[in-house]
Design a protein around this ligand. Structure first.
Ligand code: KIV
Ligand code: ZN
Length: 409
């Protein structure tokens, strides 16, 4: 018995190694607690941040961006507390390309097992001229100095070229090359304003991959905002063109229209096995983590949100319900259990058909014959036309009114 079990474990390990050799790992960098928390009204206290960070570690993210320590004493404390608690996952702190920001971040990360500094500066013309009233050569110098300074304190230094989406590609490539020389380990190419089209964002990543000396020593990272609803598509385009890290948030929360939604990018990579990528995420925890973040941040998830919205696995039109009852896969591309949802929901409305009514009646213990179903269905439609949804209580009322007894519970 012991022999069989250990043989099985060995086989599973070999399968896992084969899988990982054939597929490429995509690092998941979670910024729910930094970019996500920048949303007005979403501010968290340290205790809440630590609770979410623990869940993110369980979920399997590779990096947690815990905050922007110089921004407030509270954020400093949160980064410090998260650094202390996390064991496996990298803990990252944001800074501007400013020495004092870097000093404060290093201090906050002091107890982290695997600390990372995330420093950077705006590189687009509009940022350079209007935000900094500066020049490209001066910005380049500041970027280099910041990475050099951070690298003296920590091994793992991620550089962001803010507004890279609108930055001239040749200048962007030059900045990337110079910060690699200074020791950057990860290069973040943010589409800060959510402006890019997937093809343009992908081309930008490919241009950097093909034109920057030393690029193979570092990880290229996508950080996309959702102003045009393209954050997820842009992140995937980034991956297809050479990026190996995605920066994202739970429920896609973040500045303005939000960041790339983690559950979306991870499920895209998982549901399309022909794409040669994998992540470390335990997708079965998505529903739970999504609810925790929504509750703690007071930011409800829209019902139609992909993967984690309450309607993501709910069916209400008769044609769809009939299909799903026969075979779930007729209208579902994801098994709800894979994202932590127990089962697909058949919602009763005036658009529902007989099979949905029979299915829901059976769930509460009433099996209807064909003739009974015809009769109850006529009654059901009259009730349903006056309601947005026929809930379980309404259904019990309909069945009782038609002479069926339903046991409570
Ligand atoms: O969107 C952005 O450019 C950012 C950087 C600070 C990484 O959030
Ligand atoms: Zn951002």
């Amino acid at each position: 018995m012991f022999f069989l079990t250990s043989k099985l474990v060995l086989m599973l390990q070999m399968l896992q190694i084969k899988f990982e050799m054939e597929k490429e790992k995509i690092e998941i960098f979670d910024t729910t607690l930094r970019d996500g928390e920048q949303v007005p009204g979403c501010k968290l206290v340290t205790k809440q941040k630590v609770e979410i960070a623990k869940k993110l570690e369980l979920l399997g993210v590779d990096v947690i961006e815990a905050g922007f320590p110089v921004s407030s004493p509270g954020d400093f404390e949160s980064v410090k507390a998260i650094s202390k608690e996390m064991k496996e996952v990298r803990v990252c702190a944001l800074t501007r390309a400013v020495k004092n920001d870097i000093d404060v971040a290093v201090e906050a990360l002091k107890e982290a097992e695997r600390p990372r500094i995330h420093t950077g500066i705006g590189t687009s013309d509009i940022h350079i001229k209007r935000k900094f009233n500066s020049r490209p050569d001066l910005v380049l110098e500041q970027a280099k100095e910041a990475v050099r300074y951070a690298k003296k304190r920590l091994e793992d230094v991620e550089f962001y070229a803010e507004d890279a989406g609108r930055t001239d590609k040749e200048f962007l490539a030059r900045v990337c090359e110079e910060v690699i020389k200074e020791g950057a380990t990860v290069l973040n190419i943010p589409d800060t304003t959510g402006y890019c089209l997937p093809e343009d964002y992908g081309n930008k990543i490919r241009y950097i991959k093909e034109n920057v000396k030393g690029i193979d020593k570092v990880i290229l990272s996508c950080h996309c905002h959702n102003d045009l609803g393209l954050a997820t598509a842009n992140s995937i385009a980034g991956i297809e063109n050479g990026a190996r890290q995605i920066e994202c948030t739970i429920n896609g929360i973040g500045e303005r229209a939000g960041n790339t939604s983690m559950e979306e990018v991870v499920m895209i990579l998982r549901q399309h096995p022909q794409k040669e990528y994998y992540t470390n995420i335990n997708t079965r925890l998505f529903s739970e983590v999504s609810q925790l973040v929504a509750e703690q941040m007071g930011m409800p998830v829209p019902p139609n949100k992909a993967i984690v919205g309450s309607n993501a696995f709910a069916h209400s039109s008769g044609i769809h319900q009939d299909g799903v009852i026969k075979d779930r896969q007729t209208y579902e591309i994801i098994d709800p259990k894979d994202v932590g949802v127990d089962y697909s929901k058949i919602i009763l409305t005036a658009r529902s058909g007989r099979s949905a009514l029979a299915y829901r009646a059976k769930m509460i213990g009433v099996e209807l014959t064909k003739l009974e179903l015809d009769r109850v269905y006529r009654y059901f439609l009259k009730v349903a036309d006056n309601l947005k949804e026929v809930n379980e209580q309404d259904l019990i009322g309909i069945l009782t009114a038609n002479g069926f007894s339903v046991k409570a519970g």
